[in-house]
Design a protein around this ligand. Sequence first.
Ligand code: ATP
Ligand code: MG
Length: 225
Amino acid sequence: MFSSSQSKKSDDILLKCEDVSHSFEYPLFSNVNLSLSPKESIAVLGISGSGKSSLLHILSTLLKPNSGKIYINSKDIYSLSDSKLLKLRREDIGIIFQAHYLFNGFSAYENIELASILTKKKIDIKLLKLFDIENVLDKKVTELSGGQQQRVSIARILTKQPKIVFADEPTGNLDRQSAKNVIEAIFDYIYDKNAALFLVTHDEELAKKCDKIYRLKEAELIREK
Ligand SMILES: Nc1ncnc2c1ncn2[C@@H]1O[C@H](COP(=O)(O)OP(=O)(O)OP(=O)(O)O)[C@@H](O)[C@H]1O
Ligand SMILES: [Mg+2]
């Protein structure tokens, strides 16, 4: 079960960014510096449109920032070849998107199985039970409720056993009990596998469970914890 003082942190850094700045029509943030070590969690709060998802996309290698450096496992991601970057994305990074991106034509189980085949990692039956999806595994994605889809997509991401979990509003579609189960499973996962969590949320209580809290406000990322 989750406890923020549960485990000793190791010194090696999984994710680090230096002076990252990005703008679309207007500046979203400038000179962002942060780091994430194994078993560590960061929450980012901020009003809608403040740039939280954009920051998550930048740190998870999906979006190139206007300036700044990003290191994952001490590697400058923009110095990697395309194939090395793809490998890093497949093996080390797990992204729980605000929209879930499951394959609609496949069943819940097949969606999870794909992650397992791709990364040669076993499906954790305990996780499927905890997420209360073991009875809907044969259903097509389109036959699942929004909350069931979200739980399947999170189970799929954790099945990959990524070193860094990026989660964008992971409990947005869930009732309180399901949200609690999912969050506990994510924290248990990062402790168990020496992984790290970068969480974007509107939920102040959920943010408090994380080791560090930042808030995006007026184009600045301010540390609050
Ligand atoms: N690809 C893009 N091209 C242009 N503008 C974009 C793009 N992606 C996001 N934006 C703009 O950047 C701003 C921040 O968007 P972002 O999705 O990062 O916000 P957010 O903090 O995650 O909001 P929410 O809490 O509603 O999810 C918004 O004004 C959005 O319209
Ligand atoms: Mg967002």
